[in-house]
Design a protein around this ligand. Structure first.
Ligand code: HEC
Length: 87
């Protein structure tokens, strides 16, 4: 794993994302590798996922909603979305 990817994983941990997500297995939410697979090749995916990260939402993976994450600013949300999509 590159240094940048490790920093992004640390950011995800600091923002509490890893309470519900893991890189390669489903917890409360989908694994980040499954998310990357689902949106592979979609060029608006970073913006779409960044919005979902800050505002929350449901329906993409099942009935369990992701709560809003107001502790994450837009720049960090884009960084996290880009990291998830890179996995
Ligand atoms: C309380 C549990 C919880 C926390 C905390 C959480 N998530 Fe989620 N996340 C979920 C659930 C559940 C889903 C599936 C929502 C759905 O089906 O649309 C999800 C979906 C996602 C998705 C895919 C969205 C989509 O539309 O396909 C991404 C990306 C994501 N989360 C990133 C994050 C990041 C980054 C954080 C930290 C800022 C975070 N999550 C914190 C539960 C959580």
């Amino acid at each position: 794993m590159s240094g940048a990817a490790m920093a992004d994983q640390a950011l995800a941990a600091a923002k509490n994302c890893m309470a519900c997500h893991a890189v390669d297995k489903k917890l409360v939410g989908p694994s980040y590798k499954d998310v990357a697979k689902k949106y592979a090749g979609q060029k608006d995916a970073v913006d779409k996922l960044a919005t979902k990260i800050t505002k929350g939402g449901s329906g993409a993976w099942g009935a369990i909603p992701m709560p809003a994450n107001p502790q994450v600013n837009d720049a960090d949300a884009k960084k996290l979305a880009g990291w998830v999509l890179s996995l």
